[in-house]
Write a new protein. Structure first.
Length: 140
């Protein structure tokens, strides 16, 4: 079974089949071991769109947002690590072939355009990979 990360959030708005949950970074996030890969720890808060067709939620309701722990590391790979590797390899190859730093740097950075273009084209597939769920909080 996959480990999950849970965050408390507030339903910000509701659209057909989508619930928008606003998550504010709690003070405990600073000591969390998943803090580097968790999108909530980046700032004061995030709004996450969650597919939901149940109609069980109301605006301003406090809810729990669930996500797989590995999603954060995968997101870092796709947004930071892979592009950096592409830039370094393209820079090294271009500089090796041309001997010109400006040309090498330009080619190195230009590989990011097709990479992020591909990410944009594959956004629907990636959205299916990075799935959050939302549930009601049951107080006892």
């Amino acid at each position: 079974m996959h480990k999950t990360i849970q965050h408390t959030g507030t339903v910000e708005r509701i659209e057909p089949a989508v619930v928008y949950v606003r998550i504010v970074q709690p003070p405990a996030c600073s000591g969390c071991h998943a803090g580097l890969s968790c999108p909530v720890s980046e700032g004061n808060g995030k709004t996450v769109a969650v597919e939901d067709t149940t109609g069980r939620f109301a605006v301003n309701e406090e809810v729990l947002l669930h996500g797989r722990q590995g999603m954060g590391m995968q997101a870092i790979l796709f947004t930071c690590v892979f592009p950096m590797i592409l830039v370094v390899v393209a820079l090294a190859v271009a500089f090796g072939l041309t001997g010109n730093e400006l040309t090498g740097g330009s080619i190195g950075l230009s590989v990011l355009l097709p990479y992020y273009g591909l990410m944009y084209i594959l956004r629907n597939k990636l959205n299916r990979k990075f799935v959050f769920t939302v549930s009601k909080i049951h107080y006892s």
